[in-house]
Design a protein around this ligand. Structure first.
Ligand SMILES: C[S@@+](CC[C@H](N)C(=O)[O-])C[C@H]1O[C@@H](n2cnc3c(N)ncnc32)[C@H](O)[C@@H]1O
Length: 256
């Protein structure tokens, strides 16, 4: 079993055994050092680890936001947006069946807005926020999910599949619970760490799905639904409710 870092980034080349320290001996000319293999390429930022979570260590908050913003220009999302939006519409359609459409939905880390399109097709009124929504985005405005620009208790549903980009998960959850109305839903699509490790832009990683679900529940939300999904990556869709009565939710409607 390797260390946590080895499990994530692979084993580094073995360090040369350190030479014994010579104490008070006659100095000899040092032998030429053996050629060393080139160091393995380092990820942009290193990781710190705790029992259940690892966090990418950024030197400053600005370094974090700049790193997150830099991803968009490297992507062609033409196909992804169509496929993700359709897949999300299908699974949300099932789970929100029976809810009155028309409620507002705040989509966190929504990039160019594929999730907003899915909610629109289901009859909701979504708005996305992202550090970098790109230019001319009609679904998503600039915002930071650690510091939402919206009023207390003003949102029917919050959706995100970007919790693994959190700098401070507790802060995000405080904001989510602040803006949600009572009986409001928090729909989190959470990557399953049993299937893969973090990529170049994830800022936090959990050991198990249970660890992150439990951490979200500690902010005062209750799990209402729980379903695995496969696209665009394998994960679990968990629907939490704020101060809600699950039975009441099943028969009534959000935003009514
Ligand atoms: C993996 S992408 C997901 C994008 C989108 N939800 C989708 O599936 O197409 C994560 C997104 O979170 C955004 N992001 C990262 N940190 C953020 C923050 N602090 N506030 C808002 N958005 C953030 C990134 O810019 C990126 O667009």
């Amino acid at each position: 079993m390797g260390t946590l870092k080895e499990l994530i980034w692979g084993k580094k080349p073995k360090a040369q055994p350190s030479k014994p320290v010579l104490v008070a001996s006659t100095p000899k000319p040092a032998p030429a050092p053996a050629p060393q293999p080139a160091p393995a390429p380092k990820p942009a930022f290193d990781w710190s680890a705790s029992e259940a979570f690892q966090q990418r260590t950024y030197p400053t908050y600005e370094a974090y936001t700049e790193h997150q913003k830099s991803k968009l220009s490297k992507l062609d999302l033409t196909k992804y947006n169509v496929q993700f939006s359709a897949a999300l519409q299908e699974r949300l359609g099932k789970v929100l069946n029976g809810f009155k459409p028309g409620g507002n939905v705040l989509c966190l880390g929504a990039r160019t807005g594929a999730e907003c399109e899915a909610f629109i097709k289901l009859g909701y009124f979504p708005i996305g926020i992202d550090l970098n929504p790109g230019e001319g985005n009609k679904y998503v405005v600039v915002g930071d999910f650690h510091d939402l620009q919206y009023a207390d208790q003003s949102v029917d549903m919050v959706y995100t599949n970007a919790l693994d980009h959190a700098f401070d998960l507790e802060k995000i959850m405080k904001e989510v619970t602040r803006v949600l109305k009572d009986d409001g839903l928090f729909i989190a699509e959470i990557v399953d760490p049993a299937v893969r490790g973090p990529g170049d832009y994830e800022a936090i990683w959990w050991k198990t799905l249970g660890d992150v679900i439990e951490r979200i529940e500690r902010t005062g939300l209750t799990v209402w639904e729980n379903e695995d999904f496969e696209y665009p990556w394998q994960g679990r869709q968990v629907i939490f409710v704020k101060n809600g009565n699950r039975r009441k939710l099943a028969v009534e409607t959000v935003g009514s």
